[in-house]
Design a protein around this ligand. Structure first.
Ligand code: NAD
Length: 476
């Protein structure tokens, strides 16, 4: 059974548990306790106690510990990647990339002495000075999704903690092992007890966080339905909320695109991480005459992808997270067929047990009216639409209620600029299939892909994890 962390001590619970699987074998590798309000309350109280001192600890002391944490992460990169692959299923290369992108946020957090600076204006009136100071918000909670068990927790607690807050992390019950190892390394770096606490569980634990009066801010990343719930319920209790949610990313391929480059990038965007990524390309919109060649080559390439356990060399597509999720993805493919899509590459040929595998699937002739053209699938399924002009492609992308990422492949600067200006998504790729901002910029979903005001990481996160105090002084 996986322990949880309260006030610096790892605790084993007698609560009911859920199995944690190795998705490549379907075997159970551990049990995660489903904690409730009492355990969440104990973690929050430990955070409140720790925060009294931590919030007044000089910034350079906080940063020195963060540098040590960063070094420990570097030293354990391979181990962390192996943990990700083992209980998430993605390939080792993908897991290594995830760890690297997470460490970048910790490196950004090490810049706190600059990031946390306020502002001063002397003589705003005769003999009067105005200062803006940044203070921590208090106790912050983080609720990540299953698909990046190391990277997304690292979007949250290092920045909150370096800003002087204490933290309660509730990892995904499907992939809790990454966060547990991160917390062990964090304690090894020398952070005081109670500054980071980890509780496990699902809806009950999350609702206890949302309702807890001593939590001041909630960082959430997950599905649209839960993001909306978290946003509304936490805000009703007066908390600040940053809730990143689902995606239906469109990738536009123009007739003048470098097709070899576009194919490789679209393939990686749609099927990398087995499509379980909020920046996954979900709909490829082929413009004008490029369609037939593009679909034919894409179909061949999708069928040639190597599907298998993430730790096996040469594998490009790992298993899905759970069997029930795989069933849901297969239902989407079936519905797509019923609604008139043509199956160009059929990943159902690779359905196999044990393990939750499903091969890359390519559907052609998809329109935004079809479920596969409109809803987030979160699996290795790429839909292709065919439109006449860039205007049509932009209109199709903008008809989605979600607006996480959109990408264009073209050799025309004018087309790329037009796309960037008009497409209603917060992260744009130009000849890039996975437009992930680096840790020092915000992860900037638009429309229903985000609920709140300030996005994960970057200077948005510094704003989110601090509150401002204005001081007006007159010394006569
Ligand atoms: P999820 O919404 O099911 O779970 C996210 C978190 O919410 C988990 O910690 C889970 O325990 C908790 N949770 C689940 N159901 C709940 C409920 N009914 N009430 C309260 N809490 C609940 O998401 P997931 O399946 O783990 O992750 C996949 C989703 O996350 C996809 O929609 C994907 O697009 C999205 N995602 C978004 C981003 C982004 O930055 N926008 C990044 C990664 C993933």
């Amino acid at each position: 059974m996986i322990p949880y962390l309260v006030g610096g001590s790892w605790v084993r619970s007698s609560a009911a548990t859920l199995p944690v699987y190795d998705p490549a074998t379907g075997g159970v590798i551990d049990e995660v306790p489903l904690l409730g309000a009492a355990e969440v309350d104990a973690a929050v109280r430990a955070a409140v106690d720790a925060n009294a001192k931590w919030s007044r600890t000089p910034v350079m002391e906080r940063v020195r510990l963060m540098f040590r944490f960063r070094d420990l992460l570097e030293g354990h990169r391979e181990e962390l990647a192996a943990i990700v692959t083992r209980h998430h299923g993605k390939t080792l290369d993908e897991a290594r990339g995830e760890v690297r992108r997470g460490v970048e946020v910790v490196e950004f957090a090490c810049g706190a002495p600059t990031l946390l600076q306020g502002r001063t204006l002397r003589d705003v009136a005769a003999g009067v000075d105005q200062d803006l100071f940044r203070f921590p918000v208090g106790v912050v909670a983080g609720i990540p999704p299953f698909n990046f068990p190391v990277m997304i927790p690292l979007w949250m607690f290092p920045l909150a903690i370096v800003a002087g807050n204490a933290f309660v992390l509730k990892p995904s019950e499907r992939t809790p092992l990454g966060a547990v190892r991160l917390a062990e390394l964090f304690m090894e770096a020398g952070f005081p007890d109670g500054v980071l606490n980890v509780v496990h569980g699902a809806k009950d634990a999350v609702d206890a966080i949302l309702d807890h009066p001593l939590i001041n801010a909630v960082s959430f990343v997950g599905s649209e339905k839960v993001a909306r719930h978290v946003y509304e319920r936490a805000a009703a209790g007066g908390k600040r909320v940053s809730a990143a949610s689902g995606a239906k990313n469109h990738i536009v391929v123009m007739p003048d695109a470098d097709l070899t480059h576009a194919l490789a990038a679209v393939l990686n965007s749609a099927f990398g991480n087995a499509g379980e990524r909020c920046l996954a390309g979900s709909v490829a919109v082929a413009v004008g005459g490029v369609h037939d060649r593009f679909v034919e080559q894409l179909g061949d390439a999708a069928r040639a992808m190597v599907v298998g356990p993430g730790d096996r060399p040469g594998v490009q597509v790992g298993p899905l997270i759970r069997d029930d999720h795989r069933k849901r993805v297969v239902e989407f493919i079936e519905r797509g067929e019923r609604e008139g899509a043509r199956v160009v590459a059929d990943g159902r040929n690779l359905l196999s047990d044990p393990g939750f595998f499903l091969g890359p699937t390519l559907l052609d002739g998809v329109s935004p009216e079809m479920a596969v053209g409109r809803q987030e699938i979160f699996g290795p399924v790429l839909s292709v639409s065919h439109v006449a002009t860039l205007d049509d492609a932009i209109a199709q992308a903008n008809s989605m209620s979600l607006g996480n990422m959109a990408a264009i492949f073209t050799s025309s600067g004018a087309a790329a600029r037009e796309f960037r200006e008009r497409v209603e998504a917060g992260m744009i790729g130009v000849n890039v299939g996975v437009a992930q901002p680096f840790g020092f910029y915000p992860f900037s979903g638009w429309k229903h892909s985000f609920f709140g005001d300030l996005h994960p990481h970057g200077t948005d996160a510094i704003e989110f994890y601090t509150r401002k105090k204005m001081v007006v002084s007159r010394w006569s």
